[in-house]
Write a protein of this length. Structure first.
Length: 308
């Protein structure tokens, strides 16, 4: 609860400071700070969705909608469904929505079949990866709004009210405090940095790790460990990545509160060593290098096609 209180207090304080600073280009500094705060709120929504804070599902769902929909404009119901499928089958080519070739391709086989944007971008996607992450904040907002058209979405009316409420409050704050030009610049800086930060949190976890094919069905332990990567670091890394730097432990014990993952790591690592299951842990910079190398290798067929 200390972390929740600190994040929400910082979130509120930054918006109050924005109102006090008013019509000034200094608000762009606050845009950067709010991008970090939005990322931290997203991490809280993630933890709540995994019942790390409250075991009761309805209480967790209410908190998740407040944090996700109203707090940062992310469709909580849409994201929770997508994320649950990812946890069940991480890096599975057919079953994990996070490795579908929507914009990027994740394997050479996907590159061979690519059409549209993946075909256009895939050959050089490693160079485009971080610029594309800057659009992830906008993508979350659009995906959340699009999900409202799905009749199967739980609490669809509540989600619609909260998402539209976020848009109204966010746009209202920007355009009431700032002239239109500065408001647009603030929006672009804030949302692009938010997307870049959020994408940089999740990119080290599975990108560049083995992708399972349709016929591959390893047991639960291997399915979670072999497709995940931990990131070394101290308490600052824990804060910046929200505990997701212990991705292996998080996938094995998704309900475990993130502050406990550091302690669980010693047990999990020893168990994997005993079973001779590879347990990968790298530095943060190296994790990005591995992810980018994998993306570059996956796009190789498209580069060959472009040259030919």
């Amino acid at each position: 609860m200390v972390r929740i209180t600190a994040v929400l207090a910082a979130y509120g304080l930054l918006w109050a400071t924005f109102a006090l600073v008013g019509n000034s280009w200094w608000t762009l500094v606050l845009a950067a700070a709010l991008a970090f705060a939005f990322g931290q709120v997203a991490l809280l929504a993630h933890d709540v969705a995994h019942h790390q804070v409250w075991l009761r599902g309805e209480r967790s769902a209410r908190a998740g909608r407040l944090l996700g929909n109203l707090g940062i404009g992310m469709g909580y119901g849409w994201w929770q469904d997508k994320h649950s499928r990812h946890h069940a089958h991480p890096n599975h080519e057919d079953l994990d929505p996070d490795v579908r070739p929507d914009i990027l391709v994740w394997t050479p086989a996907q590159a061979e079949r690519a059409e549209g944007l993946p075909r256009l971008l895939g050959g050089w996607q490693a160079y485009l990866f971080f610029p594309l992450l800057a659009l992830e904040g906008f993508n979350l907002h659009v995906a959340g709004l699009r999900s409202l058209a799905d009749p199967a979405l739980k609490r669809r009316r509540t989600e619609a009210l909260m998402l539209t409420g976020h848009v109204a409050l966010y746009a209202g704050a920007l355009f009431l405090v700032l002239p239109a030009g500065k408001a647009v610049v603030f929006l672009l800086v804030h949302q692009c940095l938010f997307g870049l930060y959020l994408g940089s949190i999740f990119a080290p976890n599975h990108k560049g790790m083995p992708i399972l094919g349709a016929q591959e069905r390893p047991d639960f332990l291997r399915r979670q460990v072999l497709t995940s990567r931990n990131v070394r670091g101290g308490r600052l890394t824990d804060v910046l990545l929200g505990g997701l730097n212990y991705q292996i432990e998080h996938h094995l014990f998704p309900h475990m509160p993130s502050p406990n993952l550091r302690a669980a790591q010693h047990i999990v690592r020893a168990h994997c060593l005993e079973l001779r299951v590879p347990y990968l842990e790298t530095g943060l910079f190296q994790s990005y290098v591995l992810a980018l190398r994998s993306l570059h290798a996956a796009g190789a067929p498209l580069r060959g096609r472009a040259v030919g």
